[in-house]
Design a protein around this ligand. Structure first.
Ligand SMILES: CN[C@H]1CN(c2cccc(OC)c2)S(=O)(=O)c2sc(S(N)(=O)=O)cc21
Ligand SMILES: [Zn+2]
Length: 266
């Protein structure tokens, strides 16, 4: 079985037993209390800027905690906004809930969205590897994008979702080269909140500069159901068909404490 996860016996409230960082003062996610957000002029003239390849080969893997697309981020770049260096895209993944009224990790004035997309970047200008960066306070930059239920399928996400039936069990992966337009995985508005936080899963390293976009993108109910069909156990684990389904994989918010929450955008 997994040494951590999202069930009652290995979920977020138990993580600090094996992963002491989970009890730190710079943990993620947080509830974004919009009344606490300060609009910071130092962010205004540094628009957050990204460049992603339109066609690239990707690997999607079932980590046991969800799906993850590894991007081999050679010609990717994220800069500006709260970032002082250029970061490279390492992977992206998603968090969701068992029902549509929960699932995001960050919340806005207590409101949860149905899911949340994370694009994970590392400071390749300052550090020589992703692993090294993940142990530094400014090592990773994660973009968080809220996802709400809409009538239409999300066409870009559909390219990923169509591969999920091949990775139903933990450890399975699928190589695909598809042209993914990352731009359409991000909202039109660049309005965002930013704060210093952590990985939202064990080992909960406090190494992330978080940027959470205010405007959600949409995903259809059917697409979200495909996420929930993933299993947290391997093919060899003989269990009942309905058992081991990853119906939720989000960590509830932790206290912001005395951290500054900055807001930027129109
Ligand atoms: C399992 N999930 C994490 C895996 N990674 C990780 C990072 C550093 C050390 C490490 O030791 C194993 C693993 S990761 O950087 O790919 C990320 S990013 C992320 S989130 N939800 O905050 O965006 C969770 C994880
Ligand atoms: Zn995540």
């Amino acid at each position: 079985s997994l040494d951590w996860g999202y069930t009652d016996d290995n979920g977020p409230s138990t993580w600090a037993e094996k992963y002491p960082l989970a009890a730190g003062a710079r943990q993620s996610p947080v509830d974004i209390d919009t009344s606490k957000a300060t609009s910071d002029n130092s962010l205004v003239d540094r628009e957050i800027d990204w460049s992603y390849p339109s066609n690239c080969s990707y690997r999607i893997v079932n980590t046991g905690y969800g799906w993850r697309v590894d991007t081999y981020g050679d010609d990717t770049a994220l800069s500006g906004g709260p970032l002082s260096e250029v970061y490279k895209l390492e992977q992206f993944h998603c968090h969701w809930g068992a029902t549509n009224d929960e699932g995001s990790e960050h919340t806005v004035d207590g409101k949860s969205y149905a899911a949340e997309l994370h694009l994970v970047h590392w400071n390749s200008e300052k550090y020589s590897s992703f692993k090294e960066a993940a142990s530094q306070p400014d090592g990773l930059a994660v973009l968080g994008v809220f996802m709400e239920i809409g009538n239409a399928d999300n066409a870009e996400l559909e390219k990923i979702i169509s591969l999920i039936p091949k990775i139903i069990h933990k450890g399975q992966d699928s190589q695909a080269s598809f042209d993914l337009d990352f731009g359409s995985l991000l909202p039109e508005s660049k309005h965002y909140w930013t704060y210093l936080g952590s990985l939202t899963t064990p080992p909960c390293n406090e190494c992330v500069i978080w940027t959470v976009f205010k405007e959600p993108i949409t995903i259809s109910e059917r697409q979200l159901e495909v996420f929930r069909s993933l299993k947290s156990v391997g093919e060899e684990d003989a269990i009942e068909p309905e058992e081991g389904k990853l119906v939720k994989n989000y960590r509830p918010p932790l206290p912001l404490g005395n951290r500054v929450l900055r807001e930027c955008g129109p």
